[in-house]
Design a binder for this molecule. Structure first.
Ligand code: NDP
Length: 447
């Protein structure tokens, strides 16, 4: 059978077997569309049905999460953990708490995570989990009770050699603390390596909080270097104002770029003289307020309720909020305004149409699988420190992160060139990640 028609058939089967899971379909399509030339070069992958097996999660866990709110009312949420692939190491991937969460979102994230983790070269498999619980507007006590109920069920599937979760949207330092505390109590073991993103005061790695945002900026910088350009002096916009966005802004500013806009799910802040990051950190990390409050404190800044951050002119755009937040209309606006580089801090934030426009325009485009791999890489460094009961300095850990991101960039760049698509980091990342997982799966036989 021709490789392209084989891939079409596999995709049709994925859609049939996973009805209604549109984000999962989108993520699968984007990866397997790149794999025709790989099957041509490595026919053994088709013979052993590696693509078919990779598209089917090894295990999917769905469970009830009952808890009691501050008014004494019983609340019920749904919890998920999709353990996608353990060919390269224990399952590894974050937990997302957001009302939009359903099986299709967790499967898309777990699928992406498998290839991302492979590209890092670290010994970690792919997984993702979460719940449709919305921490926004909930008291600390409510978040704690939810987390305790969530982990009471999930703990039996976790372990430092089995499955190691971390944070994602809606799961930050506070939630990781409650999850780890309850896990420790249930198993009666101080198993630091069971979860990453912990506070450095009790087993977490320095730089983990900063890692995804910093890593994304390192990746952009590498893409620009290939084009004899530098991030220094560039005008940038970043979507979101959560963990990834905040530390992307921090590194951009450290490297001399000017960040003129960021956002949350309600609106956009445009500050033409440069976003004051200390104010964003206080509002979002400490006071848990909305980004609109920034404008009340800074007269030069303008708040645009319901606006699109991509309407603000920039040279570099970093989508760091959520999936499918940058569509074709936004891509056209960015290109018309002179944008020369886009790197995805978030997972799958650009729609397929937007990605095509970026490629057609020949600008530098870094897909999330590669550009946001700094977070999970530093999680793997956290696991390494936990296993050896060691704690590295900020400088040393950041240097490791920087090396890893440069290697990720180089691997994607060289793989794209090897397969005749120079400069296409989507193809480079998909193929480099796939081959690492596929080789391990071949070695293990049919399992
Ligand atoms: P946070 O919860 O810290 O921040 C998320 C940000 O995105 C907030 O500003 C939030 O606004 C905004 N946002 C979330 N959902 C939506 C939506 N539906 N529409 C518009 N804005 C939205 O999450 P993170 O920063 O950790 O994660 C951001 C992205 O980065 C996600 O795609 C995640 O999967 C990805 N990622 C995260 C990693 C990490 O280490 N944390 C690692 C790799 C990828 P609001 O507060 O209004 O909801």
């Amino acid at each position: 059978m021709q490789n392209d028609s084989r891939i079409n058939q596999i995709f049709e089967q994925v859609v049939r077997r996973n009805p209604g899971e549109t984000e999962f379909h989108q993520a699968v399509k984007e990866v397997i569309e790149s794999l025709g030339p790989v099957l041509h070069k490595h026919p053994q992958y088709a013979e052993h049905k590696i693509i078919e097996r990779i598209c089917e999660p090894e295990r999917q866990i769905i469970f009830r999460v009952p808890w009691v709110d501050d008014r004494g009312e019983v609340q019920i949420n749904r919890g998920f953990r999709v353990q996608f692939n353990s060919a390269l190491g224990p399952y590894k991937g974050g937990l997302r708490f957001h009302p939009s969460v359903y099986l299709g979102i967790i499967k898309f994230l777990g699928f992406e995570q498998t290839f991302k983790n492979a590209i890092t070269g670290m010994p970690i498999g792919g997984a993702k989990g979460g719940s449709d619980f919305d921490p926004k507007g909930r008291s600390d006590a409510e978040v704690m009770r939810f987390c305790q109920s969530f982990i009471l069920e999930l703990h039996r599937h976790l372990g430092e050699y089995t499955d190691v979760p971390a944070g994602d949207i809606g799961v930050g330092a506070r939630e990781i603390g409650y999850l780890f505390g309850q896990y420790k109590r249930i198993v009666n073991r101080y198993e630091s390596g069971v979860i990453t993103g912990k506070s450095p005061q009790w087993g977490g790695a320095l730089v983990r909080r900063e890692a995804t945002g910093y890593g994304c900026v390192y990746f952009v910088d590498e893409m620009l270097k290939v084009r004899d350009q530098s991030i220094d002096g560039m005008s940038c916009v970043v979507s979101g104002s959560g963990n990834v966005a905040i530390y992307a802004i921090e590194k951009l500013q450290q490297l001399g770029a000017q960040v003129v806009a960021c956002s949350d799910s309600n609106g956009v802040i445009h500050d033409p003289h440069g976003i004051r990051l200390d104010a964003v950190k206080r509002l979002k990390e400490v006071e848990r307020r909305r980004i609109r409050d920034y404008a009340a404190e800074h007269r030069d800044a303008r708040y645009i309720e319901g606006g699109s951050v991509w309407d603000i002119p920039c040279q570099v755009a970093l989508p760091c909020a959520t999936q499918n937040e940058l569509d074709e209309r936004a891509a056209r606006t960015l290109l018309a305004n002179g944008c020369i580089a886009v790197a995805e801090g978030a997972n799958m934030p650009s729609t397929p149409g937007a990605v095509k426009l970026f490629h057609d325009a020949g600008i530098a485009f870094g897909p999330g699988k590669a550009a946001n791999a700094g977070g999970v890489s530093t999680s793997a460094l956290e696991m390494q420190q936990n296993a050896s009961r060691d704690a590295w300095t900020f400088e040393f850990t950041e240097q490791r992160l920087n090396e890893i991101m440069r290697n990720v960039h180089r691997d994607c760049y060289e793989t794209a060139a090897e397969y005749g698509n120079s400069g296409n980091y989507v193809i480079g990342a998909n193929i480099a990640g796939f081959i690492r997982v596929a080789e391990a799966m071949l070695a293990f036989g049919v399992i």
